[in-house]
Ligand binder design. Structure first.
Ligand code: D5M
Ligand code: FE
Ligand code: ZN
Length: 493
């Protein structure tokens, strides 16, 4: 075990102090312990000490309870309602190409250390930003604080963060809704118009309802921040196109080398559409990684993390020069797994040539002024289990749910690790023109209130894990969007 542990940390680019090694070896699963610790770090430390691991364990234990207790009254809520200021002024120009800007991502801006205060601040920021959005909805005009609304005898409008969802034995659902002032149970009666509406933990919603004698709010409607007005696609002059890929998983034995050769040849060929593709956005899991799941080594063709990125860099270098490639990390990549994920470290970036631009996960990009929200899509693992009717085969529906909630990963404490940054970067503050995800290894295009939706396929065949879970991928499809019209097509290879 000692050797496995040392090999694991060395693959993750860090070292363990001798005391830390002994401490970890006293645990049932030392690798899971150290992995959990590294996940909580915003940057991988050079050396991990015993104290670091002990402190992190303490914080994680207390935070679990604390997040639920985030409702304690705030002395002056206005002070905390900081407008999200993580937008980059004018965006970060990408390596001299004026047509590509990274408008928002966490790269270089992570501030959290995973302390208790971080968690509280994070949820308050989420609540305040989304509450402001909801207050602009006509239906919620005059929304009251929960403490005040509870004493009302007329119709009430309240806005809160969902801290619990349960079903009663009679088939009604009861939400616990919190704001700065109080927490209140909200009944979604069975056989009412709200009965069929899914609600997930930690999303911010508005409720219209009445208060019964026992301080229970009986909901008649649920209001979400949503995309309130359908928007026209901005459109750039000329038929410039953007293609989308995701989940290339280079380094896996199941990476589809033959399909890659075909798409690579097509992109470099004479086809009119291929020649109009100026941008290629890759939404994460660009390599298969190392130590991402148990016994992954048995399924790897390249068992060195740098070797995997070098192979990808060679594949990208062959693509035509007119193509700018934008790479985001996913849950298999060599960056911290907690979202928002910063982009790839310099040791990886330097393997690629200058046609490649590195962005975080998620990122809001501007391609010639068209706004693209790119997200790997890990939160879909949690959304498919929380929302009845959603499934791995229907990622576009999950994306629509994200737009309605104006949040790409609302559920805290599920499979999606979330870093409690000072501001919630996972809020969809600005409605994009194109919204792209990957992760579920499916493909599809659709639109929602004028937003073009793309789920970007994979270049990996079905893995044994996916077979076990009945996940049937749709690999080797290339969604392409025309930046002048927003029209989307899918090419199969
Ligand atoms: O994810 C590939 C596919 O496997 C995708 O459909 C999600 C699914 N997946 C991945 N991890 C999990 C967990 N932990 N539970 C359920 N389903 C999962 P990839 O990120 O490429 O491994
Ligand atoms: Fe993947
Ligand atoms: Zn993934």
């Amino acid at each position: 075990m000692r050797e496995e542990l040392l090999a694991f940390v060395s693959q993750r680019g860090t070292l363990l102090e001798p005391d830390a090694i002994e401490f970890l070896l006293s645990h049932h699963d030392p690798i899971a312990e150290v992995e959990g610790f590294l996940r909580s770090c915003s940057v991988t430390p050079f050396v991990v000490t015993l104290q670091d691991i002990r402190d992190a364990g303490e914080i994680a234990r207390t935070a679990a309870g604390r997040v639920r207790a985030r409702s304690e009254p705030v002395a002056n809520p206005e002070v905390l309602a900081v407008p999200a200021s993580f937008a980059r002024a004018g965006g970060r120009a990408a390596d001299g190409d004026p047509n590509i800007r990274i408008l928002r991502d966490i790269t270089g801006r992570s501030t959290c250390e995973g302390t208790l205060e971080d968690f509280t601040r994070y949820f308050r920021h989420r609540f305040h930003v989304l509450r402001e959005m909801l207050r602009r909805r006509r239906e919620l005009g005059g929304a009251q604080d929960i403490a005040k609304a509870r004493r009302s005898t007329r119709e009430v409008r309240i806005i809160g963060i969902v801290s619990d969802v349960r079903t009663t034995k009679n088939g009604h659902r009861v939400l616990e809704l919190e704001d700065d002032t109080e927490r209140v149970p909200v009944l979604l009666p069975a056989k009412s118009p709200v009965a069929s509406e899914a609600v997930v933990d930690d999303e911010v919603i508005g409720i219209i309802g009445t208060v019964n004698g026992k301080g229970l709010v009986i909901a008649s409607a649920i209001v979400r921040p949503d995309v309130p007005n359908p928007r026209p696609f901005p459109g750039v002059p000329g038929h410039v196109r953007v293609a989308f890929m995701s989940d290339i998983h280079v380094g896996s034995r199941t990476f589809l080398e033959d399909k890659w050769s075909k798409v690579s040849a097509w992109l470099g060929g004479a086809d009119e559409i291929a020649r109009s593709i100026r941008y290629l956005v890759v939404s994460g899991d660009v390599v298969d990684g190392i130590g991402v799941y148990p016994r992954q080594d048995e399924e790897l063709a390249i068992d060195d993390i740098y070797g995997q990125y070098e192979a990808l860099a060679r594949m990208i270098a062959i693509l035509p020069d007119h193509l700018r490639v934008i790479l985001l990390p996913g849950n298999h990549d060599a960056v911290r797994p907690a979202e928002p994920q910063p982009t790839f470290p310099p040791s990886i970036q330097k393997l690629f040539d200058s046609q490649v631009i590195f962005a975080g996960n998620p990122s809001l990009l501007s391609l010639e002024g068209v706004r693209v929200l790119a997200y790997h899509g890990r939160s879909m693992d949690d959304l498919v289990s929380a929302i009845p009717g959603l499934s791995y085969a229907r990622p576009l529906d999950a994306m629509k749910a994200m737009l309605r909630m104006r949040h790409i990963a609302p559920i805290y404490g599920g499979k999606t690790p979330i870093a409690p940054e000072a501001e919630d970067h996972l809020i969809i503050e600005e409605v994009p023109d194109i919204f792209v995800t990957g992760h579920v290894h499916a493909v599809g295009v659709d639109q929602y209130r004028g937003v073009v939706l793309v789920n970007a396929s994979t270049w990996q065949a079905q893995t044994s894990y996916q077979k076990m879970r009945n996940i049937d991928p749709t690999p080797a499809r290339l969604p392409i969007v025309d930046l002048s019209t927003g029209q989307a097509i899918i090419r199969e290879f």
